[in-house]
Design a protein around this ligand. Structure first.
Ligand code: ADP
Length: 193
């Protein structure tokens, strides 16, 4: 299996690049942000609880997202691989994912980390908010909080994979296809489990 962690701050382009990867590599896309928004839309107890965190730009508790990912992985008995998008966002989530994948006799192949500067992120998110109506993309204070949360709680996850020699950093500003090309080159060098 080719299992990718697609990593980067809010607005780095994870969703855009995921869409291309899914198509070309036949991978299953697991985005905790999308899953949480679907739960919220369906007004499930999990979705209602998660929204209290999402609307402030804070992280949903680890056990909630880990449980969600665990259930989703089970739904796919024989995948070519997974793209984890927006997960893991904390070191405990990364540790839990390693254990989960080991239970399925597999592992993360690589982390692709998209690097984008702060000002560009804020600009992209405000634009996305205006286009999509997504509430957490419309308020500059919430956006800033999300980027702070990323720097404090999520960035250590990159070190976690670096220690496993699985970190590939890609500059995320430029033409979408050129960035994708860099990702493809990085993927051609990784181990498939
Ligand atoms: P972004 O575009 O900011 O990367 P996502 O769509 O991935 O956002 O996630 C939106 C919100 O959902 C986050 O701000 C957070 O509140 C919550 N969320 C998503 N994934 C996780 C996760 N792995 N752990 C905790 N909270 C999460």
């Amino acid at each position: 299996m080719l299992n990718i962690v697609l990593f980067g701050p809010p607005g780095a382009g994870k969703g855009t690049q995921s869409a291309k990867l899914i198509e070309d590599y036949g991978l299953v896309h697991l985005s905790t942000g999308d899953l949480l928004r679907a739960e919220r839309k369906a007004q499930t107890p999990l979705g209602i609880k998660a929204n209290q965190y999402i609307e402030k730009g804070n992280l949903v508790p680890d056990e909630v997202v880990i449980g969600m990912i665990e259930n989703k992985i089970k739904e796919y008995p024989n995948p070519k691989g997974f793209i984890f998008d927006g997960f893991p966002r904390t070191v405990p989530q990364a540790e839990a994912l390693d254990v989960l994948l080991a239970h399925h006799q597999t592992a993360i192949s690589t982390m692709i980390a998209l690097e984008v500067e702060y000002n560009e992120l804020v600009e992209r998110l405000l634009k996305r908010g205006a286009d999509s109506g997504r509430a957490d993309d419309q308020d500059e204070n919430i956006i800033k909080n999300r980027i702070n949360v990323y720097n404090n709680e999520t960035l250590p996850v990159a070190d976690f994979y670096k220690k496993q020699n699985k970190l590939a950093s890609i500059y995320g500003i430029g033409e979408i296809d050129e960035i994708y090309n860099q990702i493809s080159i990085a993927l051609s060098k990784v181990k498939v489990f």
